[in-house]
Structure formats: C-alpha cells, structure tokens
Design a protein around this ligand. Structure first.
Ligand code: PGA
Length: 252
C-alpha cells in the first residue's frame, strides 16, 4: 500500500501564508511519486487552495463537515459544498472536534456517511486521552470510536478511500510522540478490527496513519512500525521545508 502523508493545518495561517505554503508544496510535489500527500487547510481557504493545487498530485481536504447537504445550520459546511470547491478528502472526528467542540461518536458516523455520499475520502480519527490510557482503556476507546464511526460503512464504501488516523490525544501538539511499541500495538488492533469488520482485502488496503507530534526527526522511526501506513501531521505541516522532509522521510 502507498503511504499517506497529510498535513492538518487546523486554525492556522493567513491567506498569504496559505498561498505561499501551497506554492512551495506544489513545486516540491513533482518528485513525490511514491507517496500520497494531502493537505487540510481551514475552510475559508479551500477554494483558492484547489486552484493552486489543480493539476498537482497533492489532494485537498477539509478538516470537518456537517452531514446535512444544505439548510438552516448556521456556521456549518456540507459535503456538496466541499466537493463544489474542489475537495477530495475530509477529516472526521479529529480529537479537537471531539474534545474542544464536544463532538459525539454518533456524529462521526453521520459524517463518514455524508463524506461517502459526496465522493469525499474520509479519514476517521481515533485516539485515547492520557487518563484513558492510564486506566488501561486504550483498546476499548479506540474500538468504540471505530465501531461508532464505521457502523454503517460497507466494504464497497471503504474501498473508495477510507483511512484511519490513530492520534493519541496526549501526543497531539504536546511534543510527546507515542513510543513505537505503543503505536504498533494500537495499529495492529485497528488492522485486526478492520479485517474482522470489513474483510482482509479492505483491511490491507485501508491506510492507518499515525498522528501526534510527528516531525522530520521522528517520522522514519514511526513509519518503520508495522501497520503504520502514513502520518497525519499538525504543527510540522505548517512550514514547507519541514512537511517536505516528512513526505520524503528525511530526518533532520
Ligand atoms: P500535531 O497534530 O502534529 O501538531 O501533534 C496532529 C493532529 O492533530 O492531526
């Protein structure tokens, strides 16, 4: 399977910074033949980002979506709108959506279905808090998030571009990367869950990304772990050179 390296820009960067970053990435991307690369800018920059990336291999995604196609949902953005501005991908259930904005497991299922209904490739983000890990609940929490988010997901849908991102909440934006052994355990569990639920073929083709303080200096070590098929990068994706190094798996 090809690796999937993605940059989640969160609520960062000005319009001019977005433009400069995209132009640098676009220029570098001609040599990124062996990996799939995606970026997730803030909503307001998506249309312009699609124009800058058009014709390049870098895929564009949104950081969230609402599951209704249109209507009286002030502040929300729908799947058809994301398609309309040129998105191919969308993140679902990122830990900041869950923990800062109170998103519930059931909402992730609706969002995953809305993504597929609109031809978007969804990444379901899962991961435990430090308290859950210390209480020995990591597996139970990740399994619950998979079960809820993928409740209605068929093998046919999954083949259209599902990916999973394992992001331990305690490793996001903290500089505390999970140890390779911790990453390996959870990724193996996710692969086994996918095999059980969607079959071996789909499970072997569904990228499982690791996220949480991934940088150019640790990406080699993380990508070497079994069942790690890519990375979802926050802070280190905001600067062209550092993201480029991660894509190219070069250590600093
Ligand atoms: P981080 O964020 O790389 O800044 O830890 C990762 C993420 O939240 O996707």
């Amino acid at each position: 399977m090809r690796s999937l390296i993605a940059g989640n820009w969160k609520m960062n960067l000005s319009r001019a910074e977005v433009r400069a970053l995209l132009e640098s990435l676009r220029a570098a991307s001609s040599s990124w033949d062996a990996v799939d690369v995606a970026v997730y800018p803030p909503f307001v920059y998506l249309a312009e980002a699609a124009e800058i990336l058009s014709g390049s291999a870098i895929e564009l995604g949104a950081q969230d979506l609402y599951w209704k196609p249109s209507g009286a949902f002030t502040g929300a953005i729908s799947g058809p709108m994301l398609r309309d501005v040129g998105c191919q991908r969308v993140l679902v259930g990122h830990s900041e959506r869950r923990h800062v904005f109170g998103e519930q497991d059931e909402e992730t299922e609706q969002k995953i279905q809305a993504a597929f209904a609109n031809g978007l490739k969804p990444t379901l983000c899962v991961g435990e808090t430090i308290g859950e890990r210390e209480n020995g609940q990591t597996e139970q929490v990740v399994e619950r998030q998979l079960q809820s988010g993928l409740e209605g997901c068929t093998a046919e849908q999954a083949k259209r571009g599902l990916s999973i991102a394992y992001e331990p909440v305690w490793a996001i934006g903290t500089g505390h990367t999970a140890k390779p052994s911790q990453v390996g355990e959870v990724h193996a569990m996710i692969r086994a869950w996918l095999t059980d639920r969607l079959g071996a073929e789909v499970a072997s083709e569904t990228p499982i990304q690791y996220g949480g303080s991934v940088k150019a200096s640790n990406v080699d070590q993380l990508m070497a772990v079994a069942d790690v098929d890519g990375a979802l990068v926050g802070g280190a994706s905001l600067e062209a050179e550092s993201f480029q190094r991660i894509v190219e798996f070069q250590s600093v």
